[in-house]
Design a protein around this ligand. Structure first.
Ligand code: CP
Length: 309
């Protein structure tokens, strides 16, 4: 297939819901073509700034790697040494970056939907790529997850996909459930039932891990996000792992063709037994590798939209 058919053009990438199915499949296929080594064909070069107001290893560094591979120019930003410390608001930081000539701002911030006032602004001309908004959305993680599933199975229709763990605080679960349902997968949720809130019921039923482990094609575990809990929880790592984690015994009950996923960082021996993180059925390292390629596709799509304006 010629590269041009896989190209997508997007002004901003802030939620999965705002992407059409064709756009999602175009980004996945473009990510796969970058992975195969197909040439970069940008309409123009550009300046990108990665503004991370919450901690990150994978998202931050894989956007940087994607930018380097695309030959884009990076404008360094460190929230800890910026005028944020003098009371500068997020809006004013992005207004400044845009005024300086930055084309794309990749942003991670704790405020849910922080991006809305930025994309609504008549003055801010920079495109916004959401690297995670609190417990809201994480579209680039969702796209790399989808790319990994598509690469494994070649389709989504009819796949049984379990998402287990800290659902209530997970932007990954929310981004993935919306798109996976639209793509025809059957979703199941597992983990502590108090984290399965009403918003998940429209996407799939709550089951125990032991009920689904032998049937699922994809077992996606989520990190327990202690930093978003109220600090009063009575949490036992051992109990969580025994009741809701992937143990060796559960691993052996998985289908031969089933895969393990986790957005990482993994709390080893909590969500997944230490020795299973890199086991043959695990695709956790591949998820991280695919993150670079799908983020190249995202940035390319945004530059295409900007070139058309
Ligand atoms: N999966 C993910 O978003 O990881 P980081 O928090 O390290 O970016």
């Amino acid at each position: 297939m010629p590269i041009i058919d896989e190209k997508v053009s997007l002004q901003h990438v802030v939620t999965m819901e705002s992407l059409s199915t064709e756009e999602v499949m175009g980004l996945i296929k473009r990510g796969l073509s970058f992975k195969r080594g197909e040439a970069v064909a940008l309409p123009q070069t550009g300046y990108v700034s990665n503004l991370f107001f919450e901690d990150s290893t994978r998202t931050h560094k894989s956007f940087e790697m994607a930018e380097l591979r695309l030959g884009l120019s990076m404008i360094d930003f460190d929230a800890k040494t910026s005028s944020v410390n003098k009371g500068e608001t997020l809006y004013d930081t992005i207004l400044t970056m845009s005024a300086l000539g930055v084309d794309i701002c990749v942003i991670r911030h704790s405020e849910v939907e922080y991006y809305q006032e930025l994309i609504d602004s008549p003055t801010i001309t920079a495109s916004i790529v959401n690297g995670g908004d609190g417990s809201g959305q994480h579209p680039s993680q969702s796209l790399l997850d989808l790319m990994t599933i598509y690469e494994e199975f070649g389709h989504f229709e009819g796949l049984k996909i379990m998402i287990a763990g800290d659902l209530a605080h997970s932007r990954v679960a929310k981004s993935n459930m919306q798109m996976l349902q639209r793509l025809g997968a059957h979703l199941f949720f597992a983990g502590p039932s108090e984290w399965y809130t009403e918003e998940f019921a429209a996407y799939g039923q709550h089951v125990s891990l032991d009920e689904i482990v032998e049937e699922a094609d994809v077992l996606m575990f989520l990190r327990v996000q202690h930093e978003r809990h109220d600090g009063n929880e009575n949490f036992s790592k051992e109990d969580y792992h025994r009741l809701h984690g992937l143990t060796q015994e559960r691993y052996e009950r998985m289908k031969d063709t089933a895969i393990i996923m986790h957005p990482a960082p993994v709390n080893r021996d909590v969500e997944i037994a230490d020795e299973l993180v890199e086991a043959p059925k695990s695709r956790i390292v591949r998820q991280m590798q695919n993150g670079v390629f799908v983020r190249m596709a995202i940035l390319e799509a945004v530059l295409h939209a900007r070139a058309k304006k």
